[in-house]
Design a protein around this ligand. Structure first.
Ligand code: FAD
Ligand code: SF4
Length: 511
């Protein structure tokens, strides 16, 4: 055999560089399911099912092309680990080389390198052309910069790929319409009717996978009853069409809005399809830009969406590879508290957290502002260990792959990387959640109370956090206002907040 081509579960695209010049007479594909990958972090059942179903659908398409392939199934009688399974495959096929596209996780990359070295097999690791900005290009952009900022990177990308540009200037005269993208749903009427996203009834392949997951991982978190994710490229393209035609129009405006029983909002639900490479970010950006050019959606919505995919997604990918492996250990605030057990059950009296966690367990999905300003915000304020929080985020979302999960968790949500790529911690009191949602109306806690009985825990922990980090926060112009507000509290009130915060942290499992 000339090349054994390893196709990882998040690389399911036929235009992959690993498949260039594929010759069925000399080459073969290899796909590996491994129990160890579902247990490395305690994965949500829907996350496991999504990977397996998408991989099996991809393998069926490989078979339909008549290409040779080896598919190691979860319940094959092999050792459970990915590395052992790869070793067995290399020994079985004795290829001249193993070809693989750069994996989406540092750990996986190290593992593949180690196995090939132990088996003395030549490894050809290829640039992942799915991304618009390669690891090398990002490293060049970041060279010599102590701090990396999305806004500058985003402008470079807009110009380089000529997206929403009028000559050298941004269309509409503004790079960023973030300020127009922060509306809450109307408090009196709520979100109203939101068009349904594309949801896909499980077919026979997915049904079989669902049963397998229930059998092999019965104790894993999460449910499978809402499993409706696209698992093929055709389904992913349909999901993109439906989003652009019906939901993009209000995406921008309500990007940061939250409401009970509204788990999906106006969001695209495209992250999982993008991350498995069922969709290419270029076609997603093009479809959205076209909708704007055809007058179907406003510039605010189109720009708001394109910033996420051309800006944040590419930026996060670049930062991960630039800063690993040290990013995994980052802990700017030296936060050490254990993750409360209710993160895995959603059983908490905090209505905002309960809603966000319970929908996460039901769908394997929560939208960005829930992840950032409800769950991440709480984790920062409660000084939870970034490593434990990171493992939770990696386990619990269907779109979680470490290159995208870790920078978002450690860097954005927890500020564990300091000011390396976010200029301030995303922390807020209950007032923010109250403004952006209707959660507080059904909560046991009172968003107007700072400390004492019924005080909203976000309030107490927020003021305690500002107090604790007063010196550093006051020296940063973006956070100085927070400390000015703190200084308006008298010494007695500050002491009362600190005492109550300690009480909350001591009994966090009962919140
Ligand atoms: C703590 C935390 C953890 C996160 N973990 C993940 C993760 O494991 N996997 C993941 O794909 N995203 C993650 N995100 C980013 C973001 O929340 C999700 O991409 C988004 O919620 C997915 O839902 P959607 O497809 O409906 O996105 P939409 O709101 O419709 O956004 C459109 C697309 O933009 C991209 N995007 C938006 N924000 C980001 C971002 N910050 N970083 C990278 N891409 C972005 C995604 O591809 C997304 O599909 C995380 C964010 C936070 C704060
Ligand atoms: S009162 Fe506090 S804990 Fe309750 S929903 Fe509002 S922000 Fe969340």
């Amino acid at each position: 055999m000339r090349n054994l081509i390893l196709v990882l579960g998040d690389q399911l695209n036929f235009d992959s560089p690993a498949l260039e010049n594929f010759d069925p007479a000399q080459d073969s594909l290899l796909l590996i399911e491994a129990v160890g990958e579902a247990k490395y972090v305690w994965s949500h059942k829907a996350r496991i099912a999504l990977f397996l179903s998408a991989m099996r659908h991809f393998a069926n398409q490989v078979a339909a092309r008549g290409w040779p392939f080896d598919y190691i199934q979860l319940d094959d009688p092999h050792p459970p680990g990915f590395a052992e399974r790869l070793t067995i495959a290399l020994q079985r096929h004795q290829p001249q080389a193993l070809r693989v596209v750069e994996p989406g996780e540092w750990r996986m990359q190290e593992m593949i390198v180690a196995v090939c070295s132990a088996e003395s097999v030549t490894l050809r690791m290829l640039d992942d052309t799915h991304f618009l900005c390669s690891r090398t290009e990002f490293a060049q952009w970041g060279k010599g910069k102590k701090e990396l900022r999305l806004e500058f990177f985003y402008r470079v990308m807009r110009k380089r790929f000529n997206v929403l540009m009028a000559g050298d200037e941004p269309v509409g005269g503004q790079w960023n319409f973030d300020a127009d993208n922060r509306s809450a749903y109307p408090k009196r009427t709520g979100p109203g009717a939101i068009p349904e996203p594309a949801l896909f009834e499980p077919d026979a392949v997915t049904e079989e996978v669902i049963q397998l997951v229930e059998k092999i991982f019965p104790d894993h978190p999460g449910q499978l009853k809402n499993f409706a994710w696209p698992v093929t490229r055709e389904q992913a393209l349909h999901a993109l069409d439906v989003f652009v035609d019906t939901r993009l129009t209000s995406f921008g405006q309500y990007q940061d809005a939250m409401w009970t029983n509204t788990p999906l909002g106006w969001h695209s639900l495209l992250s999982a399809a993008l991350n498995l490479h069922l969709l290419n970010p270029r076609e997603v950006i093009e479809a959205v830009e076209q909708a704007y050019q055809q007058g179907k959606v406003s510039l605010e919505s189109a720009e708001g969406f394109i910033r996420q995919v051309l800006g944040w997604r590419e930026f996060i990918h670049g930062v991960y590879w630039l800063d690993m492996p040290r990013m995994k250990e980052a802990n700017h605030y030296q936060a050490e508290h254990d993750l409360p057990a209710w993160f895995w059950t959603g059983e908490t009296d905090m209505a905002c957290m309960r809603d966000s966690l319970q929908q996460t367990l039901e769908w394997g999905y929560a939208h960005h502002i829930q992840r950032l300003m409800v769950i991440g915000n709480f984790a920062t304020l409660a000084q939870l260990s970034p490593q434990q929080v990171g493992d939770w985020f990696l386990a619990i979302y269907v779109d979680a792959i470490e290159w995208v999960e870790l920078p978002n968790t450690a860097g954005m949500a927890l500020h564990a990387c300091g000011s390396r790529f976010t200029s301030k911690p995303y922390v807020a009191s209950g007032a923010y959640i109250g403004r952006q949602s209707n959660y507080c109306g059904s909560c046991k806690y009172d968003p107007k109370v700072r400390a004492g009985e019924n005080a909203c825990p976000y309030n107490t922990l927020y003021w305690n956090f500002i107090d604790h980090h007063e010196a550093t926060l006051s020296s940063n112009p973006r956070t100085a206002l927070m400390t000015k507000n703190l200084q308006k509290l008298d010494a007695k009130e500050r002491e009362r907040v600190k005492l109550h915060a300690q009480q909350i942290l001591d009994t966090i499992d009962t919140l």
